[in-house]
Design a protein around this ligand. Structure first.
Ligand code: ADP
Ligand code: AMP
Length: 216
């Protein structure tokens, strides 16, 4: 049975950064719902067109389409050993749908839900300096984790860009939406005895070490 790791934490906590490292170290697939939506957007699919407005406003894409997209992704071959979920679930109905899908399909269980804790005032600085890679979703920060050459991904040489929804106005809304709709998942996973609280306000390598210890 495959093992899933659900990364929790506000936008800018470091979920994507850590998911990339953990996926490599643990040999698990990395599923980022945000990256999947951005890929649909770029390919101008029907789902991308539907998601676009919500993403631009910093709101959540409706649960039904999000859940369907993740279910399809989890059935892919590279998830057989397990996966790291980054950005999903983000609402209680999504978390319940994930549990139901796992029970019905017998595809796996949620083994751990590490909650990467970072104070809201730190998030704005993190997101305003974030640069993301077009090809592989790798993330950098102009001060805290700069690429070797400005504007180019160290790992795959693709172009780095700043996300539209990392603008200050949209970030404020995303953080508000997080506290209203996603933060209740901390209690949801605590009750299931899989929550691990991780101090995310430290250097990237230290956070990785604690995450590895929590899922080990
Ligand atoms: P999330 O996926 O949770 O939204 P990211 O992994 O994209 O967060 O990180 C947001 C920004 O913060 C990126 O620019 C990243 O380089 C930077 N970052 C991530 N972890 C840390 C850390 N521990 N300390 C400082 N900056 C960090
Ligand atoms: P992220 O890359 O995780 O910061 O997500 C970017 C945007 O994609 C979010 O602000 C939402 O609009 C959308 N999104 C990502 N994941 C979800 C999800 N699980 N549920 C609803 N919307 C999502």
């Amino acid at each position: 049975m495959a093992e899933l790791i659900v990364l929790l934490g506000p936008p800018g906590a470091g979920k994507g950064t850590q998911a990339k490292v953990l996926s490599q170290k643990l040999g698990l697939a990395h599923i980022s719902s945000g990256d999947l939506f951005r890929d649909h957007l770029q390919r101008k699919t029907e789902l991308g067109t539907l998601a676009q407005g919500y993403m631009q406003r910093g709101e959540l894409v409706p649960d039904d389409v999000t859940i369907r997209m993740i279910r399809e992704r989890m059935r892919e071959e590279d998830c057989r050993k397990g996966a790291i979920l980054d950005g999903f679930p983000r609402t209680l109905p999504q978390a319940e749908a994930l549990d139901k899908f796992l029970a019905d399909s017998k595809l796996g269980i949620v083994r751990k839900a590490p909650y990467i804790k970072v104070d809201p005032q730190v998030l704005v600085n993190r997101l305003s300096g974030r640069w993301s890679c077009r090809a592989g979703g790798h993330v950098y920060h102009e001060k805290f984790n700069p690429p070797k050459s400005a504007g180019i991904c160290d790992l795959d040489g693709s172009e780095l860009y700043q996300r539209e929804d990392d603008k200050a106005e949209t970030v404020a809304n995303r953080i508000r939406v997080y506290f209203e709709q996603t933060a209740p998942l901390i209690e949801y996973y605590r009750r299931k005895n899989v929550l691990a609280e991780i101090d995310g306000a430290r250097p990237i390598e230290d956070v990785t070490r604690d995450l590895l210890a929590s899922v080990g």
